[in-house]
Design a protein around this ligand. Structure first.
Ligand code: SF4
Length: 229
């Protein structure tokens, strides 16, 4: 057994234990562990949601109204990631609802997408931070493995971080959003770009033009007209 295979098995078991506790899933063949660009984990998004939606790994689990797993096409090419649920999301259990969510739906419609086909929407944190404060590093440490597992189940072609906080959290770089835009990064080996959060567009209409530019770029990538390597 090569070192990389052993390392992959160790990583798989560590991640699975992190996600599911002592209930370790092993498929009938370990050959499944290292296929494609990542790991093949068992189960569906719904099964994963069922596993984790009573999580209390961090303090936010005690204060939430609803756990906000994510919504959309389980085989989406485009994964949109925000930082954390807000007050409306906490109340309804769905990400990006309210005025910002409606605006996001309009932006998606403009590139011929919607949240039921071709798109999956979720947050880094699955529970609302009090008063919509930024996620704490300790909360991200606890919750980020859930996002990583969602990514492995969905296998999107492109990840788009919505807003500076989501970008900072996924990139592990605390830089202005302006500096994050118009670049290709990678997260979990998937190309990632960063654009404005739709709530920022409601506060400042000057962000609409650059956001539209970003979404035209996103459309071009998804349509295969822009090669991102
Ligand atoms: S924020 Fe994440 S880690 Fe914290 S309780 Fe909610 S699901 Fe669990």
């Amino acid at each position: 057994m090569g070192l990389s295979v052993a390392a992959n098995i160790y990583h798989f078991l560590s991640q699975t234990r992190e996600l599911f506790g002592d209930e370790i899933f092993i498929q009938s063949s370990l050959d499944n562990i290292n296929q494609g660009s990542g790991y093949d984990f068992p189960g569906s998004l719904q099964e994963f949601n069922d596993k984790i939606n009573s999580c209390h790994k961090c303090q936010l689990g005690d204060a939430r109204t609803k756990f906000v797993f994510g919504v959309g096409d389980p085989k989406a090419d485009l994964l949109l990631v925000g930082e954390a649920p807000g007050v409306d999301e906490d109340r309804l259990g769905e990400p990006f609802v309210g005025r910002a969510g409606k605006l996001l739906d309009k932006i998606l419609a403009a590139i011929h997408l919607n949240r039921t086909k071709g798109v999956y929407i979720c947050n880094v944190l699955k529970c609302r931070p009090p008063n919509n404060r930024d996620p704490l590093p300790s909360e991200v440490d606890q919750c980020e493995p859930y996002l990583q597992h969602q990514i492995r189940l969905i296998k999107p072609q492109l990840i788009v971080a919505l807003g500076r906080v989501a970008g900072k959290t996924l990139l592990k770089q605390d830089i202005p959003l302006k500096a994050m835009r118009e670049k290709i990064y990678h997260y979990e080996e998937i190309p990632l770009i960063v654009t404005y959060h739709p709530a920022a567009l409601l506060r400042n209409s000057g962000f609409k033009a650059p956001t539209w530019k970003d979404f035209q770029w996103i459309q071009s990538i998804l349509d295969g007209k822009t090669n991102i390597g």
